[in-house]
Design a protein around this ligand. Sequence first.
Ligand SMILES: *Cc1c(COP(=O)(O)O)cnc(C)c1O
Length: 362
Amino acid sequence: MVDWKNPPKLFIPGPVHMLPEVLEQLSRYSLGHRGKEYSQLHEETVTMLKELLSTTQSVFLSTSSASGIWEGSIRNCIDHDETILCTMCGAFSDKFATVARACGRNVEELKVEWGQPITVDMIDKKLADGKYAAISLVHNETSTGLTNPVYEISEMMKAKYPDVLVLVDSVSGMVGLPLEFDKLGWDVVFASVQKAFAIPPGLAVFAVSDRAMAKSKTVTGRGYYFDFQEFAKSGAKNQTPTTPVIPHIMALNYQCKKLLAEGMENVWKRHAEMADFVRSWAKEKFELFCDEQYASNTLTTIKNTRGIDVAGTIKAIQEKHNTIFGNGYGKLKEQAFRIAHMGDINLDDLKELLGWIDEEIS
Ligand SMILES: *Cc1c(COP(=O)(O)O)cnc(C)c1O
């Protein structure tokens, strides 16, 4: 059993390492979710999130993991006779397409090999036939450790396809990577808090553009739990449609204050520095799984070019140092491994971990 006084430290890409003072926020006596105190907490948190995401549009809190907003974004933004172009470059972007189909929508795939990015030209070529109502995009593909060129894609979308909605999974990108919602012109973006927010799992944050809110009104069969209109109605009162996971919202409030005090430019820079450090090590000892130009600043996926026993190495480091990093995702198991460098860790933590891996593989 786990020794809760000394739990294993996590370097897997979610949940990531959590600080004691963040965990403390989750242990408070709860508030009534229709009371004034909750509304104050809610309003303050949403206001800070808007600043973090550089948006004046809608931001909502969902008591679910981000997967719920895969479903919500589809059910609210794409009508039953419309088609979505799902861009797919790894396990999570693939899943977005699976969810769209599960919601009964027409899906067209734009698929590349795992490790490859989705580029402006690929999307442009596909959208040229004019039959799509929306595209789905993963900001940061957590299986391959790849960040898509979302700023370039967004510039092209705004210039050439202003009527196509852009739905973005930024689950492992949000707050770790630059994400200015209004400037990007995105319509929905979402994340779970166990990634770069460094909070235990159980809450998702999402932003919705005004035009996606308007579109949602016209789409039937949106369901209830992820109905954007319900979120807007309750949001106007600084509440959520159903009883929210208040302890997590307290922790999110705490983390947002910390992020704002640090300043987002600095937060992004800190993540870039941690990523540079892990990438240099990876290039020296192994290889990066994807082209360095697209390598993520929140996690690194490393190609197992030395044929090490990945599961065995993870197990050994857990036994000796009470620390866990990630094996390759799905079909990449043993062929690759992953080190998360997002949230509340620093270069010293990473130096220590990489030193332990060095000891095991030498
Ligand atoms: C972790 C992750 C998800 C799934 O998040 P849940 O919290 O399990 O819903 C989706 N997309 C990406 C890119 C992720 O990293």
